[in-house]
Design a protein around this ligand. Structure first.
Ligand code: NAD
Length: 351
């Protein structure tokens, strides 16, 4: 069995994904890089990288196995994959260029070039890892996927899967759509959501909360210049966990600190009240290797997209999107999303 995957944006997340999947193929005793133990019979080892797109001259025309280690990528290097046979091709630039002068020499392709490459490589699923803020570029690649009949997994926060326009178009064409914005395996969003959900379930009134994030990746540098979509995606994820409660939430990336490298540190504060209006204060600090923290979730998303392709299901996958992403068409708590996605796998719900 194979799952033929293409990547848009060969940055840190692509690097961690490719390293993990290939490492798992070469070291079968390792724990699989996935959260869901079973997605029918698909395992992470079934993933084959067939195409890749970028606009940075340092990455274009290289085999994916080499492109993932080019600057400015700084994800931890744990495994050096052998040559993969997927060569990075240029795609539409539009608003893709990240902020902070990260890319100095640009190579450009067209949507037609992307469609042709997807066809000629028999790519089945396209994972979008463009920089935050690249809304037009994200839509250009969604268009290419749609035209090529390739499932689209939107791992970044541009509103694609959460947009009625794209939901309708993917449904009409019978092509699976998942997203938006990866919810990391144990990231600030899922932790923050779970705490707010717990407080709401226990009848505690949330009054105000913040989540501030710092890191040293190119993603963080870009976020210093354009973070509106990321803030919207993270805020919606947290606020929807306390139904009927109104509270202030400030959620933002606040600093790019170069020496942190691929580490991300999130600080969360929640101020709430129990019965009698008495105060509760919760503070949490989370430190993770950001890109590696997204791998298991994207491996789940890709296997769920493949299942939808097998079953001829098109349009937004609601349960898979709620399980894997911060800003899905329908928000669910982690437990609800887990139950829903297992029902989808077992064929008890069609999306
Ligand atoms: N754990 C995580 O790191 C995580 C979690 C959730 C969401 N995300 C989101 O995933 C996205 C990717 O994160 P990353 O850390 O890999 O970012 P990155 O900056 O390391 O990589 C982005 C890549 O996209 C390329 N690019 C820019 N414009 C392009 C275009 N028009 N066409 C093709 N390629 C283009 C860049 O050259 C770069 O290689 C970001 O939007 C990020 O916010 C990341």
């Amino acid at each position: 069995m194979t799952i033929r995957v293409g990547l848009v944006g060969v940055g840190n997340c692509a690097s961690a994904l490719v390293q993990s999947v290939e490492m798992h193929k070469h070291q079968p005793k390792l724990d699989p890089p996935a959260i869901l133990a079973r997605v029918k019979n698909y395992t992470p080892r079934d993933i084959v990288f067939t195409s890749a797109f970028d606009i940075d001259a340092r990455k274009v025309d290289l085999d994916l196995s080499e492109a993932i280690f080019q600057p400015p990528n700084n994800a931890a290097v744990i495994f050096k994959p052998p040559r993969l046979g997927a060569v990075v091709r240029p795609g539409p630039v539009l608003d893709g260029v990240p902020g902070g002068g990260l890319v100095s020499k640009i190579v450009e392709g067209t949507v037609d070039d992307v469609v042709r490459e997807l066809h000629s490589t028999n790519t089945e699923i396209l994972v979008n890892y463009l920089p935050t803020g690249a809304r037009k570029a994200a839509e250009a690649y969604a268009e290419a996927a749609l035209r090529a009949g390739v499932a689209f997994v939107n791992a970044m926060p541009a509103p694609v899967t959460s947009s009625a326009h794209w939901q309708k178009r993917f449904a009409e064409r019978g092509v699976p759509l998942l997203g938006d914005d990866t919810q990391n395996q144990i990231g600030a969003t899922v932790l923050h959501k779970s705490l707010i959900r717990l407080l709401a379930l226990r009848g505690v009134r949330v009054r105000r909360t913040y989540q501030i994030n710092i890191g040293g990746t190119p993603d963080f540098l870009n976020l210093m210049y354009r973070h509106d979509d990321k803030v919207a995606s993270k805020t919606a994820a947290v606020k929807t966990m306390a139904e009927g409660q109104e509270f202030d939430a400030y959620i933002a990336p606040v600093a790019y600190i170069r020496f942190l490298g691929d580490r991300k540190i999130a600080h969360m504060l929640i101020e709430a009240e129990i019965f009698g209006g008495l105060p509760v204060r919760i503070e949490v600090t989370l430190e993770v290797h950001d890109a590696w923290n997204s791998v298991a979730v994207v491996v789940d998303a890709v296997r769920l997209a493949k299942l939808a392709l097998d079953r001829g299901i098109g349009g937004p996958l609601l349960s898979a999107s709620a399980w894997c992403f911060k800003n899905p068409p329908v928000h669910m708590s982690p437990e609800e999303a887990y139950r829903a996605v297992l029902e989808f796998i077992d064929g008890k719900r069609d999306r």
